[in-house]
Design a protein around this ligand. Structure first.
Ligand code: NAD
Ligand code: TYD
Length: 382
């Protein structure tokens, strides 16, 4: 097994969102990370710094929140310099497919231009700390195909991407790292563009990069516009459960903590220049998943299953709705020894419980009240 990479100051972008906040929590707990975490987040509708209020209170010296935009080149450069950043894990993005269909612009500016801005800042800030320039002079790309397996680097840019860049599957097969890109929504097209930029910076400048493409995450702190939290909250409120199309689209569900353990494994042990797929190996048709969720909510709340089932409402399909996603994550499992640790039943049960136990979080997200809290606490830091 290759040597472990270690970092002192990790820049997490989008750390106030769903996966990013869970990742920071993971760094301070299971990962045993002993350095400093700088969370750069613009606090869009999806960003809520209250997600990490406990971490901020317990680690005032090791957790820093910077309210700012990854598209702001001057700010990003300042963050690299001020905190001596030696690793980036880049979660910040516009992440919801339906929003990208209604209004793609911010997906292009944040996901594409924002990623470019971060890459450029890393390239400038880390000059002399990696083989910059060598790639062009020698023809080496920094990728294993050209340079052989390598984990040696004192700096790292890890980019978080999605399985949606690979397009849509038929009934058989699963996406591998070598599957050609075929993005089909404005969201997935913007993520594919950002992946290509990251690969280009690795190839052209030798910037030490790693990329992960994961399947649908679920778990605590997910904004209630995505399927699982939306359905849980609508059940609690007796609202319709909108099922797009025939409800038979398939997603491969991954528990957010398992995802974050995989990201940390790649950051510390993955080969530079490589892409790793992360999946749950857990495919569910949407309608089947909804029935499972109904059973769990019924069990936890005492509401009759029948009453919840009556809320199911088939609605017009999402335009261009991808039929099936499934991830082949054998590379990550075989090469780095990662595996999922939480069964779907356990993860889903824990998620339902979390939403039931956190009415304050839900109310503040739904009413937008957390924005006032942001204004009061972070308004002067941007
Ligand atoms: P999210 O929407 O919950 O959070 C995104 C975060 O990024 C928010 O805190 C938001 O304020 C911040 N942000 C947005 N624009 C920004 C900007 N211009 N500058 C700084 N911060 C900005 O998203 P998520 O579900 O946590 O997803 C995180 C990453 O994982 C994204 O890159 C997404 O594409 C990827 N991903 C998510 C899933 C999933 O199932 N949620 C699956 C595959 C990949
Ligand atoms: P979503 O959580 O938006 O993730 P993604 O589109 O990135 O996979 O949706 C998951 C699946 O659930 C997808 O097939 C669309 C479907 N869906 C519904 O049927 N109803 C809904 O209200 C939502 C939000 C999604």
């Amino acid at each position: 097994m290759s040597e472990l990479r270690s970092f002192s100051n990790i820049l997490v972008t989008g750390g106030a969102g769903f996966i990013g906040s869970n990742f920071i929590r993971y760094l301070f707990s299971d990962a045993g990370f002993g350095g400093r975490v700088v969370n750069l987040d613009a606090l869009t509708y999806a960003g809520n710094p209250q997600n990490l209020a406990d971490i901020a209170a317990v680690y005032p010296d090791r957790y820093v929140f910077v309210h700012g935009d990854i598209r702001d080149a001057a700010l990003v450069q300042k963050v690299f310099a001020e905190y001596d950043i030696d690793a980036v894990v880049h979660f910040a993005a516009e992440s919801h497919v339906d929003r990208s269909i209604l209004d793609p612009q911010s997906f292009i500016t944040t996901n594409v231009m924002g990623t470019y801005t971060l890459l450029e800042a890393a390239r400038q800030a880390w000059k002399g700390r990696y083989g910059d320039g060598a790639a062009q002079e020698t023809g080496a790309t920094g990728r294993s195909a050209d340079t052989g397996p390598s984990t040696a680097s004192s700096v790292l840019f890890h980019h978080i991407s999605t399985d949606e860049v690979y397009g849509s599957l038929g009934e058989e097969g699963a996406f591998k790292e070598t599957t050609p890109y075929d993005p089909r929504s404005p969201y997935s097209a913007s993520k594919a563009s950002s992946d290509f930029l990251v690969k280009a910076y690795g190839h052209t400048y030798g910037l030490p990069v790693t990329i992960s493409n994961c399947s649908n995450n679920y778990g605590p702190y997910q904004f209630p516009e995505k399927l699982i939290p939306l359905m849980i909250l609508n059940m609690l409120e007796g609202k319709p459960l909108p099922v797009y199309g025939d409800g038979r689209n398939i997603r491969d569900w991954l528990y957010v903590v398992d995802h974050n353990a995989a990201v940390w494994t790649i950051m510390t042990r993955g080969r530079i220049g490589e892409t790793y797929n992360i999946g749950g190996e857990n495919e569910w048709e949407n309608i089947r998943l909804l029935h499972r969720l109904i059973e769990m909510v019924a069990e936890s709340t005492g509401k009759p299953v029948r009453q919840l089932e009556e809320l199911i409402t088939y609605v017009k399909d999402r335009p261009g709705h991808d039929r099936r996603y499934a991830i082949d994550c054998s590379k990550l499992k075989n090469e780095l020894g990662w595996k999922q640790s939480v069964s779907f039943d356990e993860g889903l049960r824990h998620t339902v419980r979390w939403y039931l136990d956190n009415p304050g979080w839900i109310a503040s997200v739904r009413s937008g009240a957390y924005r006032e809290w942001i204004e009061k606490n972070y308004g002067d830091r941007s």
